[in-house]
Design a protein around this ligand. Sequence first.
Ligand code: TRP
Ligand code: ZN
Length: 877
Amino acid sequence: MADGSTRSIIRREDYREPDWWTRQIELDVDLKPLETTVVSRLTLERNVKSPAGADLLLDGEAMTFVSASLDGVPLDPQQVERTATGIAVKGMRDGGVLEITQRCDPRNNTALSGLYLSNGIFCTQCEAEGFRRIAFSQDRPDVMSTYRVRITGDRKSCPVMLSNGNPVEQGDLPDGRHYAVWEDPFPKPSYLFALVAGDLGLLQDSFTTRSGRVVDLRIYSEHAVIDQCRHAMESLKKSMKWDEEAYGLEYDLDLFMIVAVSHFNMGAMENKGLNIFNTSATLARADTATDADFMQVERIVAHEYFHNWTGNRVTCRDWFQLTLKEGLTVFRDQQFTADMHSAAVKRIGDVQLLREGQFPEDAGPMSHPIRPDSYVEINNFYTRTVYEKGAEVIRMIHTLIGPKAYRAGIDLYFERHDGQAVTCEDFVRAMEDASGRDLGQFRRWYSQAGTPELSVERSFDPRSGSYALEITQGTPPTAGQPDKLPLHVPLRLGLLSRDGRPLPLMLEGENEPQGTERVLELTGERQRFVFKGLNSEPVPSLLRNFSAPVRLKLDYADDELALLLGQDEDAFNRWEAGQQLAMRLILRGVDAGGHAEASDALLAAFRKVLADAPADPAFAARAVQLPSFTYVGQQRPVIDVEGITGALRSLQRGLSTALREDWAATYEHFHDIGPFAADNGAAGRRAIKNQALFWSVQAPDAAAIARAQRQFERADNMTDSFAALRALVESRDPSAASALGTFYARWQNEPLVVNKWFALQASADDEGVLATVERLLHHPAFTLGNPNRVYSLVGVFANNPAGFHRADGAGYRFVMDRILEVDPKNPQVASRLMRPLGRFKPYDERRRALMRAELERALARPDLSRDCYEVASKSLE
Ligand code: TRP
Ligand code: ZN
C-alpha cells in the first residue's frame, strides 16, 4: 500500500478538475485502538466534462485495503490498481455507490494525522491530507460531499462519540458496545471531516443568533480540565456575536462543539461543527494560565469559529489557495482582538510576529509567495507567509478600498461563492467588483515572494513651502524568483510640525488640504510626492499602523524619533520610533564589537514612556522592550551572533542600572495589592509591572531580587507567578534553582504549566543552556511523544540564539539529533523543528558550514520523511 513517501513536486499550474465527484460519503466506523474498521460508501458521479470510463483516483495511505464493491457487485482485483498515492478504480461508467472496507491502527498513529489516540481519546486531524489515512477517497478540497457517519465504540471507554453536523440516532449494541449516527447537511471537503470518541467531560452553554436561533454550545475535554474551559466558552460567544456585528455572519447549525486534546500538531482545527483544539489553545484559568495565554485562547477560538464562513462555507479549490482561507481568517481574528483589547498593542504584537517569523522565512530557502507555485509536502506550507503575510495582504485591500467597499466585497464574495471551492483570484475579483478599483497590479502580492524595501528621501524648499518625499521600492531576489516587479503599496502617513502638531496635507495639484492623515499609493519603482503650504520642515510619520508588510528606510535624527515617540497620533509609530532609537544604539554596539551603551536620547525616551504609562500600561509595557536578536540580525548582511548578543546584554544591563529607580517606582505604582482581576486594565497593569521587574533584575540589586521573591511567593495568578520565576532565573540569583523546584513540584500534574517550566529553562540567555536542555531531555516528564512538550524544550531552544548558535555547533547537533528521533514518529513536528537550521545563509562562514553539515546528515537518511526531505533539500540547494 502507498505509504505517502513519494517526493514528487506538485504544481499549481497543473490543476485539473477531477474526473469524478463524490456527492455523498457514508462511513461506518468500528472503533478499536489497534484495528479500526471503516466501511465507506461513496456516491459517485462522473464530471460532465470528463470522458466515460475515466479512472477514479482515490487517495489512501497507512491503511489496509480489505475489499470493494460497486453497486453491490464485488470489484475484481484487476479493477483496482495501485498508484503512487492510493488506488485507481478502472471501468467505472457513470457512477454509482462504491463501497470500500479498510482498516487503520489509531494506537500506533504517532503522526497525529488521520485517526489517532490522545490519552485514550479517539480523535482525527484531516487537514490537509489526513482523511486518506481513514478512508480511500478523493482527498482534495474541490470535492465536496455530504456526510453520514455511524460510529461504533465501547460504552465504557467511549461514552461520548461525536462527528460533524447533527446527532440523528444512537443506541446500544451487544458486548458492551454502542453506536451513534451523525449527519452533516453542508457539503464539505474531506479535510473538514472529524470524529471524536472517548470519556469526556462537558461544559455546556448556548448562544442565540441575531435571527433568534438557539445554538447549543459544547466544549469537551478530559474530565480533569473541564473547569479550565470556561474562558474558551466565553471567547466563543464573543466571537459569534462579533462576526454577526462586524461581518453580518451567523452560525448555521444548531450545535457547535469544541473538543480539546493533549496531542495535536498545531493550535486547532476548524472541522465543520466540531472544532478540535490543542489543549494549549483551549485551557485557561487564572491560576494556571497567563494573561498572554488567555488572549491566545480567545484568538484561536475566534479564528476557528470564523473559519465556519471563511474556509468552510466557502473553501479552497486546491491547497495552493490556502491563504484564501487562512490569510482572510487571520485578518478577521486580528480585527476581533483589536476590538476586544487595545488595537495598538495588538498591531504591535502582530508586526513583531511578522518581522521575527515571516521576514526570515521570506529571506530564507523556503521563501514562497502567499500563494505558492509548487510544493512537495503541503504541510510545509502552513507558514507565517501564508497566514500572517496573507493577513497583511487582506489588510492592504481593506486600506486601499476602505472599510465600506471591503465589506461590500465580502458580501459579494459570499453571494457568489457560498458552497463552492474557489481561488484567491475569485476573492480579489469580488473586491474589485464591489469597489470599482483595479487591483491588477495589486495581484502581484499573491505571486511575488520576498519583503519589499522602501527607501525615502526627503527635501524641504522653504521658499515655496513644499516638502517632497521621493520613494523608491524594490524587492530583493528570493529562492527561485530572481527578478521582482514593483508592487501596489498603500503608505499611510502624516506630517508633524517640529512642536508635534499634525499638519494639514495638501499634495501638489490640490486646492485645499485633505485632513492630517492619508494613504499614498505606491505603484512605480520611484515616485515623488510633493506636499504644499508648509512653513517649516515637518517630521514625516510614515507607514502608520504598519500599512504594508515592508521594510522602510529613512534616516531620522534622534530628536525626530523622540518627537514621534512622544507625540505622533499613531500609536504604532510611537512604538516604532522607540524601537528605532534602540536599534540604532544596538547596531552601533554590534559594529563596535558587541558593547552598547544607553544614550541620553534612549533614557529620556524610556522615561517619557514610563511617565505616560498610566494612560495605557499595556502599550508602555511594549514600548520599553528592546528589539529582538532576530530583528537586529536582519539589519546587517551577516548576522554577528557574538556582536548582537553582546550589544543586547550590555544595553540591557545599562538600562537596568541607569533607570533603577524608575523600574522600582513603576513596579510599586502598578503592583495591584487586591485579589486577581481578569479585565484588560488589570492585565495591562500586570504587563508593565512585570516588564519593570524584568528590567530591574538585568543588573540586579538586593531590592530587585527581594521583589521577585516576594512576588513569586505571594502571587495568586500564573501571570505574576511565572513573571517572578522568569525574573529570578534571569537574575542568576542562587534562589532561582529552588524557585524552579517549587514551581515544578506545585504544577507537575498540569502538563501545560510543565511546558512553561521547560520553555523557561530552554530560553535562558547563556551558552550553558545547552547543558540544561540536555539534562532536561532525561527529566521524567519529558517525552518526544507530545508535540507541545517537544516544542517547549527543543523548539524553544532552537530559537534561543545563545544556545542554538553556539560557535562549536553543539546546538545545531543537538537539534538535529532530536529531529532525527522525532521524524519517524511525527514528520510534521520534525520538519517544523528543522526550519531554523535551514536558514543558515546570513550567518558567518563557520556556522553556515556547521548547519549545512547537519542538514546533509539528515539528507543521507534514506528513510527521511517527505516533510523533512523538502526542507533539508531546498535549504541546501
Ligand atoms: N486550519 C488550521 C487553522 O486554523 C490549521 C491546522 C490545524 C493544520 N491542524 C493542522 C494544518 C494540521 C496542517 C496540519 O489554522
Ligand atoms: Zn486557520
